[in-house]
Design a protein around this ligand. Structure first.
Ligand SMILES: O=C(O)CCC(=O)C(=O)O
Length: 368
């Protein structure tokens, strides 16, 4: 069993086995990227909308708790990340993905690596390829940035470093809002560290690019999945595409609102909350005219910390639903079982409707 998060991500098979498409030169959707009806991304969408929470609202904790329970996702304003940093990370992503394909391939994720350029990591679980490209950053992006811009890599590295620092701080703040909404205090979460700032926790930065697509109804930007994180913070550019599955209501678009960040509950928070907060199933769809970019900060606990249902939420009538598991171990499980990973670490039968999206296919009728 891998002991480090980077080793666990490395065990996922989605590496270099795929032909990389030069999206700019493709005029028709190739068969390799044409999803069948059953998987098509054009299902009707619900009019329900994901909550937007002002983090400076004195009721923020209560609102966060409610959104986590009902949706597993919400958007935040007044989060403390400056507009200029959001603009900078977006430009960094745009510069990267607009490089010629041969240049981007110089920074490919290597077969035994974690960071770098490549197809969606979940590609191996689906019969067709997705209309997207990604760049994963764990730790320093220096080596890859040097390959991409031999004479001008420092600016990219500086922006990534600052974004990573600010995201980590925001993630810690969101953790306390989420944990607080479950009546958990600093004494209950030792791994938050002596200052309670989750110093030892870490994040992976995932830059995603979804080029304009000649046949968007038959294409899929990123297939449905939940995140193997505690939480994920997502910045999207001004083009919509992110959709979340709302139990009983179908796919709901999460509209890009300027300066607003999307926060997803991940599988590990679902475990911590003993199933109270659903990790949200989400996907990205594409469109015919606009290039979409998203920047996801995938946040997890320190290596070695065993995540299990919070003791405050467990009693004889509410037994723990999941066994303790580290982030690395969970990532390895997810690499093997994908959307069945949560059930594979479950101890007893689910108590509520959210557990879990086993066997969900893209646009599956009956869930919509
Ligand atoms: O692009 C998006 O909106 C979703 C990205 C995502 O789900 C991911 O990177 O895991």
């Amino acid at each position: 069993m891998p002991s480090r998060v980077s080793d666990a991500i490395r065990t996922q098979p989605g590496h270099l086995l795929y032909k990389h498409l030069d999206f700019n030169s493709v005029k028709e959707l190739p068969d390799s990227h044409a999803w069948h009806d059953e998987y098509s991304s054009s299902d009707s969408c619900s009019m329900d909308s994901v909550p937007v929470i002002d983090l400076s609202d004195p009721n923020a904790m209560k609102l966060v708790g409610h959104a986590c329970k009902i949706w597993g996702v919400f958007q935040v304003t007044n989060h403390g990340i400056t507009t200029s940093l959001l603009d900078d990370i977006e430009s960094a992503g745009r510069n990267l993905f607009s490089l010629p394909i041969q240049q981007k391939l110089k920074a490919s994720r290597s077969p035994d690596g974690v960071s770098g350029y490549g197809v969606a990591r979940i590609s191996c679980f689906f019969p067709k390829l997705m209309w997207s490209e990604g760049f994963t950053i764990v730790g320093s992006p220096l080596e890859h940035a040097r390959q991409l811009w031999p004479h001008d890599y420092q600016k990219f590295c500086n922006v990534i470093e600052e974004y990573d620092r600010e995201m980590k701080q925001l993630a810690g703040r969101l953790m306390w809002l989420m944990l607080g909404s479950l009546s958990t205090t600093k004494e209950d979460v030792k791994w938050a560290g002596p200052k309670g700032d989750f110093e030892e926790a870490s994040g992976v930065l995932q830059l995603n690019s979804y080029p304009a697509c000649p046949d968007p109804d038959r294409a899929m930007g990123l297939a449905p999945h939940t995140d193997s994180t505690l939480l994920t913070i997502l910045h999207q550019n001004n083009t919509s595409g992110l959709q979340v599955l709302r139990e009983g209501n179908g796919w709901v678009t999460v509209p890009p609102l300027p300066g607003t960040l999307v926060v997803n509950v991940g599988d590990l928070l679902h475990i911590l909350s003993n199933g109270l907060y659903p990790s949200v199933l989400h996907r990205a769809v594409v469109n015919r005219t606009h290039h979409r970019l998203s920047m996801a900060y995938l946040y997890g606990p320190p290596a070695g910390v065993q995540i299990s249902p919070l003791s405050k939420l467990v009693d004889p009538t509410h037994p723990p639903l999941y066994r303790p598991i580290t982030w690395s171990e969970y990532l390895s499980t997810k690499a093997k079982h994908f959307n069945k990973a949560l059930s594979s670490v479950r101890l007893c039968a689910p108590l509520n409707r959210y557990d879990h999206h086993d066997g969900v296919k893209v646009g599956q009728r009956g869930l919509g």
